[in-house]
Design a protein around this ligand. Structure first.
Ligand code: APR
Ligand code: PHB
Length: 400
């Protein structure tokens, strides 16, 4: 089998790239290790920057995100038991974010790919990349136990943190940077109305809390927990009890509890791999970088990588220029490191660290107070939260 772009991984990065390339008439095949049901079963973050929504628009898959997504013009910070609103809209000259779950984005992209009759090979086993530093790369894999080869011009490694693509870059070329945090997030999804209209990021003496949502009737809550905790240790009752203790009686006046639809624990990590291109292999999304979820930058970064890769591929096939290919890694990494910095900072500010100590707590309190009192400081939070510009706006406007 032959295609122009072989895409490894049918997460949001791989599926979005596939759809954008298809719209531009660039033939592609996706190879995914899991089943579609497994991919859709993973609950991830749910806040989209405008750039991500623009890319969904460009890919022709944004109808439901516009209809069902919730426009959020502010977020709340809570500390010392008091809530403070950060007016994203006012501080950024009119920008907002859209609350729409990653699972729904993935579902919309899968539906669009099916409707367009495009090729996705699920349950592809033993994927191996070959010849990435030649002009004729190929991907070997097994389907139903039978060895297959996919020949291509380029490979897009969209196979997440545990995929094979990053590992295919020679060790003497790849440089990685990592920080692992000494706690995790216990997430719970429940069909209950959210405790508040906007997201609440709460710094409390018992640890961090995030109150988020998927719709007006579905809530997503997170508790900072020790890495040693297991999800089985947390009954629904224990989760709600701890949430109440952390949020306090005042906030909980509007808290509605109910049975969980899903509970899971995720570790927190900052990770970047450089470069993001080696020969004809491009890394995009979690394959190249991980951010801690505070600020919800993971999916948005995956989308902006895909935007740059789409631009590189259209430059190559439609404009006969390799400028986008040559600049890909550098353009992505500039934005990646900005989002890494923001996610690391927001995590450090709002979480309880084992070694914070009395002095550290005072520093967190002083910075949180500064953040709400200084317009410059809250503007810095707001402009990062809604998403830094991508320098693709012209391209999107021209090709829309
Ligand atoms: N072969 C084929 N597919 C693979 C392989 C492999 N060896 N390894 C992993 N995959 C698949 C996974 O099963 C998964 O479906 O690649 C896909 C990667 O998807 P994601 O992990 O969702 O990564 P990405 O598409 O980059 O999306 C980034 O996900 O983790 C969040 O915060 C992150 O929201 C961001 C988004
Ligand atoms: C979520 O709704 O899952 C979510 C929202 C905001 C974050 C992280 C996760 O910062």
């Amino acid at each position: 089998m032959r295609t122009k772009v072989a895409i490894i991984g049918a997460g949001p990065a791989g599926l979005l790239l596939g759809q954008l390339l298809h719209k531009a008439g660039i033939d592609n095949v996706i190879l995914e290790r899991q089943t579609p049901e497994y991919v859709l079963g993973r609950i991830r973050a749910g806040v989209l920057e405008k750039t991500a929504v623009d890319l969904l628009d460009l890919a022709g898959v944004s109808e439901r995100a516009h209809q069902e997504g919730l426009v959020h013009e502010g977020i709340e910070l809570m500390f010392d038991g008091a809530r403070h609103r950060i007016d994203l809209q006012e501080l950024t000259g009119g920008k907002h974010v859209t609350v729409y779950g990653q699972t729904e984005v993935t579902r919309d992209l899968m539906d669009a790919r099916n409707n367009a009759g495009l090729s996705t090979i699920y349950e592809a086993e033993g994927v191996q990349l070959e010849g990435i530093d030649t002009n004729a790369p190929q991907v070997r894999y097994r389907q139903n136990g039978v060895e297959q080869t996919l020949q291509c011009d380029f490979i897009a490694g969209c196979d997440g943190f545990h995929g094979v693509s990053r590992k295919s870059i020679p060790a003497d070329v790849l440089r990685t940077y990592e920080r692992v945090y000494p706690f995790g997030w216990l997430g719970m999804l429940a069909d209950v109305p959210p405790v508040s209209d906007e997201l609440i990021y709460a710094h409390t003496p018992r640890g961090f809390v995030l109150c988020s949502m998927r719709s007006e009737t579905r809530s997503r809550y997170y508790l900072q927990v020790p890495l040693t905790d297991k999800v089985e240790d947390w009954s629904d009752e224990a989760f709600w009890d701890e949430l109440r203790l952390r949020l306090g009686a005042d906030v909980c006046k509007t808290l509605v509890t109910g049975p969980s639809l899903e509970k899971s624990i995720a570790p927190l990590r900052s990770f970047v791999a450089e470069p993001m291109r080696h020969g004809r292999l491009f890394l995009a999304g979690d394959a190249a970088h991980i951010v801690p979820p505070t600020g919800a930058k993971g999916l948005n970064l995956a989308a902006s990588d895909v935007g740059f890769l789409y631009e590189a591929m259209t430059d190559h096939y439609l404009e006969r220029s390799d400028r986008g290919i040559e600049n890909y890694s550098q353009r992505c990494l500039e934005r990646v490191w900005s989002a890494e910095r923001f996610s690391w900072w927001f995590t450090t500010l709002t979480h309880k660290f084992p070694d914070t100590g009395e002095f550290g707590l005072k520093m967190q309190a002083a910075e949180l107070n500064y953040l709400i009192k200084s317009r410059s400081a809250s503007s810095a939070l707001a402009e990062n939260y809604v998403g830094l510009p991508m320098r693709m706006e012209d391209l999107l406007a021209a090709r829309a």
